[in-house]
Design a protein around this ligand. Structure first.
Ligand code: NAG
Ligand code: NAG
Ligand code: NAG
Ligand code: NAG
Ligand code: NAG
Ligand code: NAG
Length: 405
């Protein structure tokens, strides 16, 4: 047994050299990318966001679990006729478990990267029971810095556009200004996102808006490829997975909020598939309300399309929010999205960022050896953009290492 003792310092020495090597090569990569692509004027300035910005402007999420909300079932259903489907109830349950797993992973990545001491999150739900379920999920984070507050979702009554087009619950985010009359501003995120860096950076966007701007949104390049063509706002269309909103300004719109203003603005042709289409249609003629930001703030597989606008700050500052749109964290839509999700869903809050970085970088590099058939296969620099903030965290850990290591 005593023969094993000298192995420990030896191995940790090897490990240390490995980390050193990794960081040097990491820095080299960073220089290489930043020399080519860093353009300061495209990078959002960094207003002061010390402390806990969500105490002033809350983070908002929407969670629904009612059987009446058929959207999720439709999404998962292979059969065209859900009412025929013998697995109907099972699918509903699976749908909740998928939502629950994603939400837990999202909150975990929030807590892993953030430096904010406290997080106020308004959880808008269909029922009180759903909120209790969400509370229950957060018991896996003991001594947590999460402060969850409940609000019911707000939807106008008997609204055919909303009832007829996809998930009523998905529309709830468009009615944030109506639902939260006591809040000046908010940062809404879908529950199928991962944070790859400190989430508080999203609050920079709130403070970067011009005097008339009320919404900061990132691109949705899918609109360029849609047939028939649909009206879209911004350079290529906008995604609603992350909505940074000045609610005070949205309440000044006709109808007293964004969702109401969209519905008051008249018929939409072709009819919207969902709230995102309706919002794009609305903003197309009201560009003054919009601060368009890069996909760094909301990166989905479609952001890798050749047609997508370039994202300089993805490389210079790292992707902050990864969006598993269209259940791409669970299906084979893009291999690298699966790598990020599977590895971060198994994360524990105490995990060493250096080990996580090594693991994630390894799996991302392996993915480069696969056939280049996924949307992000040919997106150069993506591995760097996905891991830049994790590398920062790893570096910070190394600098804090006691001499004995
Ligand atoms: C940086 O970006 C701005 C705004 O997009 C553009 O006008 C400028 O030409 C860019 N500079 C370089 C060196 O690419
Ligand atoms: C769907 O299933 C229900 C109940 O079995 C049936 O009444 C209905 O006709 C079906 N609809 C279609 C489009 O097949
Ligand atoms: C809360 O979680 C526990 C165990 O994880 C479970 O037994 C209980 O049913 C849950 N309660 C609700 C309201 O979901
Ligand atoms: C939101 O807009 C209102 C009205 O213009 C303004 O007073 C408030 O400071 C803005 N909120 C933020 C966080 O910038
Ligand atoms: C990381 O992701 C890869 C690819 O999806 C997977 O094979 C591996 O098991 C994951 N590792 C962990 C610890 O989750
Ligand atoms: C990536 O590039 C290779 C080589 O140019 C090409 O064969 C492949 O189709 C491309 N993949 C995608 C998804 O665009």
């Amino acid at each position: 047994m005593s023969r094993r003792v000298p192995a420990a310092p030896f191995l940790s020495g090897i490990a240390f050299m490995w980390f050193l090597f990794m960081f040097l090569s990491k820095n080299h990569n960073f220089d290489k990318h930043s020399m080519k692509t860093l353009n300061r004027s495209e990078v959002i300035p960094q207003p002061l966001t010390e402390g806990s910005p969500s105490l002033v402007s809350p983070m908002v999420i929407v969670v629904c679990d009612s059987v009446g909300d058929k959207g999720d079932i439709r999404l998962l259903s292979i059969s065209k006729n859900e009412t025929d489907d013998p697995d109907f109830v099972k699918r509903v349950q699976e749908s909740w478990s998928r939502q629950a797993e994603q939400l837990t992973t999202m909150l975990k990545t929030l807590l892993y990267f953030t430096k904010s001491p406290l997080w106020r999150i308004i959880v808008m739900t269909d029922t009180r029971d759903t909120f209790n379920k969400v509370l229950n999920l957060t018991t896996v984070f003991p001594g947590s810095r999460l402060l969850l507050q409940h609000r019911p979702i707000w939807l106008p009554r008997d609204e055919p556009v909303i009832k007829g087009h996809w998930r009523p619950c998905a529309w709830a985010k468009q009615f944030m200004a109506e639902a939260l009359p006591d809040q000046d501003s908010a940062v809404y995120v879908d529950t199928d996102v991962l944070f790859l860096g400190p989430a508080e950076e999203l609050w920079w966007l709130l403070h970067s808006m011009g005097p008339r701007q009320a919404l900061a949104l990132a691109p949705e390049p899918q609109y360029l490829l849609d047939t028939p063509k649909r009206p879209f706002a911004g350079s290529v269309g906008l995604n609603t997975g992350v909505m940074v909103a000045n609610l005070t300004r949205l309440r000044q719109l006709p109808g007293g909020g964004l969702g109401s203003a969209i519905l008051n603005s008249g018929a939409i042709t072709p009819p919207p598939r969902h709230d995102q289409d309706a919002l794009n249609h609305y903003l197309l003629h009201r560009p003054h309300l919009l601060l368009e930001v890069t996909s760094r703030w909301n990166f989905s597989p479609t952001c890798c399309f050749l047609e997508a606008p370039p994202c300089a700050d993805c490389l210079s500052a790292g992707i902050l929010v990864l969006h598993g749109a269209g259940t791409s964290f669970f299906r084979f839509i893009d291999r690298k999205f699966l790598v990020m999700y599977t590895n971060l869903s198994r994360l524990r809050l105490g995990d060493d960022p250096r080990l996580l970085l090594t693991k994630v970088e390894g799996h991302l590099s392996l993915a480069d050896y696969w056939a280049h058939i996924f949307p992000c296969s040919n997106h150069s620099g993506l591995n760097h953009a996905l891991t830049l903030r994790l590398a920062d965290a790893a570096m910070a850990t190394t600098l804090k290492l006691p001499p004995s290591a």
